[in-house]
Write a protein that binds this ligand. Structure first.
Ligand code: HEM
Length: 184
């Protein structure tokens, strides 16, 4: 498929959100010991997640939460189809893919918010510095690290899911997240 063929499924905001979030998440994850890049990459992720939540209500058709939020029974039957290697094809996120998107957003949010809290408590810096004064750094360090590691595990699962769906449907989903276009 050429760059201009197919239907526009992912609007420019979703694509920009996706790739800047992906890069910033890895920068933040691997700069744990370098406070300045770690904190700034974390702020970028937090700002993008807040933007994406708003965009889920006002963005284009397939960017909206209502387009990819399915009941648990639909997610389970989609997972069953994936295990049996004949999943139905969806133009936007599939039920299982949509559930993963919601989980990723939730864990990215929890990881970055606990990061800002930890920065306030430990370094007396950032927007929550005064709100976190007197709170021990130790009480926040472990939850923040745990959330970051669970998010990394979800990201890995997300990438495995994208590769598996690309193989099963014989379509390059990563390229679609770059061009925004998919075959109808
Ligand atoms: C090489 C790495 C990655 C690839 C190839 C990739 C690919 C994709 C693709 C193809 C989709 C659309 C899935 C669908 O068709 O339903 C997607 C969605 C998404 N990915 Fe990734 N991804 C990668 C890394 C990441 C990372 C590191 C994060 C988070 C830190 C992430 C978070 C998301 C989110 C939140 C969505 C939903 C997009 C939206 O609707 O706004 N991805 N990804």
């Amino acid at each position: 498929m050429k760059r201009t063929e197919g239907i526009l499924v992912w609007d420019p905001e979703v694509r920009l959100f996706h790739w800047v979030t992906a890069i910033s998440f890895f920068v933040a994850y691997f700069t744990e010991d370098l406070l300045t890049p770690h904190v700034w990459a974390g702020y970028v992720v937090l700002a993008l997640v807040i933007f994406r939540i708003l965009w889920g209500f006002i963005g284009s058709e397939h960017a909206r939460f209502r387009d990819f939020t399915y009941p648990p029974s639909a997610v389970l039957s989609n997972l069953k189809e994936i295990v049996l290697a004949h999943p139905r094809r969806y133009l936007g996120h599939s039920p299982a893919g949509g559930a993963m998107v919601l989980l990723l957003l939730l864990f990215l949010l929890a990881t970055t918010v606990t990061g800002v809290m930890l920065y306030g408590a430990g370094e007396h810096a950032g927007p929550l510095a005064s709100a976190m004064s007197g709170i021990s750094k130790r009480a926040l360090k472990e939850p923040h690290e745990l959330l970051a590691n669970v998010t990394l595990a979800l990201v890995m699962l997300h990438i495995v899911g994208v590769v598996a769906a690309s193989v099963m449907h014989k379509e390059n989903l990563a390229r679609a997240m770059l061009t925004g276009r998919k075959c109808p």
